[in-house]
Design a protein around this ligand. Structure first.
Ligand SMILES: [Zn+2]
Length: 137
């Protein structure tokens, strides 16, 4: 049976003003209902435009958003499963543009770092392989 979530509940959800069971209920409803997700997105957009009194506060604090540190751990796959689910939900279900942008940026950074490491490894390998050949002569 689909649970019904009111606009007020969604609003409180964004304000982080719900208790745990209610949060779980809202998140479950969001996973199941595309119209509800649309409603949430609309609410987010309205807030971004400052149409709600708490909009400014919300934008300043980004209450439901994920820290860069957590996003980094998410990319490395080292988050606890609860935290990982929340990040997945926040990015994929809510579709937070702010966090998606942050994540894309971190991903680029990590890829660049990985490329550097690979180059370094190859250099080490080649030089040590060269060293071994020299010793065998
Ligand atoms: Zn976010």
């Amino acid at each position: 049976m689909p649970t019904t979530v009111t606009r007020e509940q969604l609003s409180s959800y964004l304000d982080d003003a719900l208790d745990e069971p209610e949060i779980a209920q809202v998140e479950q409803a969001l996973r199941q209902s595309e119209p509800l997700r649309r409603q949430l997105r609309q609410l987010l957009q309205e807030r971004d435009r400052g149409e709600h009194s708490v909009g400014a506060i919300w934008r300043r604090q980004r209450l439901t958003c994920i820290s860069r540190e957590q996003l980094g751990s998410y990319l490395l796959g080292v988050l606890e499963s609860d935290a990982k689910h929340y990040v997945d939900f926040h990015l994929k279900t809510i579709g937070c543009a702010f966090c998606a942008a942050n994540l894309a940026d971190l991903k680029t950074q990590q890829q660049e770092a990985a490329q550097q490491t690979q180059k370094r490894r190859r250099r080490y390998f080649e030089s040590s392989a060269g060293l071994l050949r020299d010793r065998r002569k």
